[in-house]
Design a protein around this ligand. Structure first.
Ligand SMILES: [Zn+2]
Length: 212
């Protein structure tokens, strides 16, 4: 009897980025660990930018060596790092999902931003549920100056065209995807715990794409 292979449709295109802030060491290690353990498998076509700010990561600084916050440069695109990144992005097909991995020195728990241009079913509850057994979810009702929509979930409503500087996620949503998550682990937790929690968050989002 012949073995049946699982019938698969077109693979979703999933984009992941890390290391745009050099003082956030867990995210690049998350991607390295997932690469080593085979997590980037045949369920998707993967587009991975593991270290957008290599100088910052080397020196442990948020900004690059010219004190530019690269995650505010996606409207003007003045830095060579963001110019190179966006030039590469413009050669890629659209993504079903983008995940930008970050850490937050002021947070006391995990949280995320969701940009969901077409009001698709949200993956945010599944991501939060995956992280909750591993680390606290940020309990504050106001995170980084923005009100939460649900515990640990920020859904910004501001019009990106009114913003004078764009983070990577807004650029991605304007040009390359309809669904973007920015994931944030709290920097005060042990590095190994942040890495494990972030891996769970990424895997939950990837599973959600494949179930969708
Ligand atoms: Zn960051």
């Amino acid at each position: 009897m012949a073995l049946c292979k699982r019938t698969v449709g077109p693979r979703p295109r999933i984009y992941l980025s890390a290391g745009i802030h050099g003082d956030e060491p867990a995210p690049p290690q998350v991607l390295l660990e997932m690469l080593k353990t085979g997590a980037f498998d045949t369920r998707a076509n993967w587009f991975i930018c593991p270290v957008i700010n290599p100088e910052g990561l080397h020196f442990g600084t948020r900004e690059d060596t010219l004190c530019r916050d690269l995650n505010r440069d996606y409207l003007d695109r003045l830095s060579p790092e963001v110019q190179a990144h966006t030039a590469w992005l413009q050669k890629q097909p659209p993504f079903q999902l983008t995940l930008c991995l970050h850490e937050d020195w002021e947070a006391s728990g995990f949280y995320l931003y969701e940009l969901n241009r077409k009001n698709q079913p949200s993956f945010a509850p599944a991501i939060i549920s995956a992280v909750r057994p591993m680390m606290p979810i940020e309990a504050s009702s106001l995170i980084d100056g923005r009100p939460v929509d649900e515990p640990g979930i920020i859904r910004p409503v501001s019009d990106p065209l009114l913003r004078t500087n764009w983070p990577e996620a807004i650029y991605l949503c304007q040009e390359h995807t309809t669904l973007s998550y920015t994931l944030e682990t709290p920097s005060s937790f042990p590095l190994s715990e942040r890495i494990e929690a972030m891996i769970s968050a990424v895997k939950a989002a990837v599973n959600a794409v494949n179930l969708g």
